[in-house]
Design a protein around this ligand. Structure first.
Ligand SMILES: Cc1cc2nc3c(=O)[nH]c(=O)nc-3n(C[C@H](O)[C@H](O)[C@H](O)COP(=O)(O)OP(=O)(O)OC[C@H]3O[C@@H](n4cnc5c(N)ncnc54)[C@H](O)[C@@H]3O)c2cc1C
Length: 393
């Protein structure tokens, strides 16, 4: 009989896990608590390490239809507008790492994965909140609402930043607030003045803030993310641009005119309070017995290396690899999930730590800022490229 895996969460990580697990020959049932699948209206950058996985899953054509493939990343000073450094993406990166650097609307990536998951025969259970699980040597049993308990060989907690599965497994409390706020927006390039349209990635670095822009949806839209230091306002759901965008403009009062013009040209913003966890401490935080954590449930990170979803997709690829081997009864599920944990935790911890460090560098002031700008001007691509990340795992 086919071995059965249960997946909690239908975000990018959960769908990637479902696809990899089904491709490994398992029966998969995915529970998503929301009544329908959705992703926030925002963009996502995918390094070549991530695009390579999507290509391996046969999604190259689908990705090419919806993504943009910027030719370069330009790092600028938010205050003077000067170019500090450049990293060639496009062909140069495809040559070096075997896949291009892509930027994509999250809903487009989610739809691409969802389509593949459906074709792979995964059972999708919307409006199903996983409310409990237990495990013993032979099986894991989950409960969702009033439904009868369901048994399987594996449970994957891909249930995000506030992961209930993590709490049942590790009981290590909620994630921490970073004291950083992210303002995110999408704007049609055709609605922008010519000077503000862009086919490349730009990162503007300023004291205690940075702004990133890149094209998505085949280049039709521009995604803009501004990160500033600050406390989250009380009611994030009812956040109103009319008042709060003033806070962003106030934070950018010392910024150069082109950056201020970009922010003013954006018609609507959404606000996020950023949370993370400290870098993973060991394999025990990734899997225990028949339960594995994946994506933000395992290693929520600051978005300053643009790899949170990327690491979820890498996790999924590794999960698929070990679960294919776990079909051999001599190896067994707990042993193979332990291998998954051993193979993933250090890389995830390294990315989490590097993301924290990037934030400190991006938002530097004073002497550190002078040193950063000088180093970027001198070393440019050598500082901006990340071979251990883009060439891995
Ligand atoms: C400002 C910002 C910019 C970012 N930029 C990038 C980027 O450029 N590149 C990149 O790779 N990453 C980026 N990230 C990170 C990325 O968004 C996340 O790492 C990724 O979306 C996490 O996916 P996930 O599937 O693990 O979690 P989620 O997307 O949170 O999905 C979890 C799902 O689980 C469901 N769920 C929760 N509890 C239950 C339950 N009990 N039962 C059933 N379902 C449940 C939820 O409804 C949700 O659908 C960024 C993040 C932010 C905040």
């Amino acid at each position: 009989m086919t071995q059965q895996a249960l997946i909690a969460g239908g975000g990018i990580g959960g769908l990637a896990a479902a696809l990899a697990t089904a491709r490994a020959g398992w029966g998969v049932r995915l529970y998503e608590r929301a009544p329908f699948f959705s992703e926030v209206g925002a963009g996502i950058q995918l390094g070549p390490n991530v695009v390579r996985v999507l290509h391996d899953w046969g999604l190259a054509n689908g990705l090419a239809r919806v993504a943009a493939f910027p030719r370069q990343l330009t790092v600028r000073s938010a205050t003077s507008g000067d170019t500090l450094g450049r990293l060639r993406l496009g062909e140069a990166m495809a040559k070096r790492y075997g896949a291009p650097y892509a930027t994509v609307h999250r809903a487009d990536l989610h739809a691409l994965l969802l389509d593949a998951v459906r074709q792979a025969g995964v059972t999708l259970r919307l409006n199903h909140t996983l409310s409990r699980f237990s495990q013993d040597a032979n099986a894991v049993t989950v409960q969702s609402g009033d439904d009868p308990p369901v048994e399987a060989e594996v449970l994957v907690g891909a249930d995000g930043l506030w992961s209930p599965v993590r709490q049942w497994l590790l009981g290590d409390g909620p994630p921490r607030s970073t004291g950083h706020l992210a303002y995110r927006a999408l704007v049609r390039q055709s609605d922008l003045p010519q000077a503000l349209r862009s086919t490349d990635v730009s990162a503007w670095l300023g004291p205690r803030l940075h702004v990133v822009q890149y094209p998505v949806h085949g280049g039709e839209w521009l995604n803009v993310v501004a990160i500033v230091h600050g406390e989250a306002p009380g009611d994030l759901d009812n956040w109103d641009r009319g008042t709060e965008a003033q806070d962003l403009l106030a934070a950018l009062s010392g910024a150069c005119v082109p950056l201020q013009n970009l922010v003013r040209a954006v018609p609507a913003w959404r606000l996020w309070a950023l949370c993370d966890r400290p870098p993973m401490q060991g394999a025990y935080q990734h899997a225990l017995g028949r339960v594995a954590l994946l994506g933000d449930a395992a290693h929520p990170m600051r978005p300053y290396l643009a790899q949170g979803a990327g690491m979820a997709i890498e996790d999924a690829a590794e999960l698929g690899r070990v679960l294919a081997q776990a079909l051999d009864p001599a190896l067994g599920v707990p042993t193979m999930l332990n291998r998954y944990a051993l193979n993933r935790w250090q890389r995830n911890a390294r990315v989490q730590a590097r993301a924290i460090r990037n934030g400190e560098i991006f938002h530097a002031d004073g002497l550190m800022r002078v040193g950063r700008d000088a180093s970027l001007k001198l070393l440019g691509e050598r500082l901006l490229d990340v071979p251990w990340l883009y060439g891995g795992p």
